[in-house]
Write a protein that binds this ligand. Sequence first.
Ligand SMILES: [Zn+2]
Length: 256
Amino acid sequence: MKKLTPLIFYVLLIVASCKVSKSSADITNKSINGRGEGNIRILIVTGGHGFDRPAFFEMFNSMKNIEWVESVQPEAQKMFGEETINDYDILVFYDMYEPIQEEEKIAFLKLLEKGKPILFLHHALVSHQNWPEYRKILGGKYYEERLLQEKPNHPYSNYLHDTDVDIKILQKDHPITKGLSDFKVNDEVYGNTEVLPGVVPILGTTHPNSTYTIGWEHKYANSKIVFLQPGHGASIFADDNYRRLLYQAIEYLMKK
Ligand SMILES: [Zn+2]
């Protein structure tokens, strides 16, 4: 969490990146990354916040049976109501974006009624500050003082970059965390964030600047939802434990 970068920056990056395709022809050919049939197809939603693009996408490229397409906001939101969204098994949100149009909200809620699985990562907790339902969909909220239009009944949240974080596995037998033990990473923590009652906490930390619960899963309408707060930059993207966590979250979301 740092600064909002102009959208044009991302648009230029997209144009410059040959990994990225938004054409539906590629999707129907199942050749987004040229890996063939039977793969899990992911739409990665970005925009509104900078990140280490090569390190982030290399992480997804390292995962077996995964194909991905990036869509930068607000384009991703426009897809919510279109046929092409059905080409994706899972939506991964790594954006930090606002606003969203009324018809896009309705289309998003319809996707959730249909059961589209969603993985929210890191600064996606900060998106849609002024759309109350988003907090319920995600299962929590980062209260960003600069973006909230009204003073909330909750303390404002805060962040700390480049800090060593002890990540605790809170559910050892959960499909998302199976085989993983507590681990340490250098990443960013968020403090004073809200975690809604009813979510199943799967990750925690005793870092003094962080909210204790930093990963959870729950259900909204008919959709499985997972949120993993860690995920700021290159050091964690390269971490084997984090990669396994992410992959197992994707596998979990794919199961009916
Ligand atoms: Zn961050």
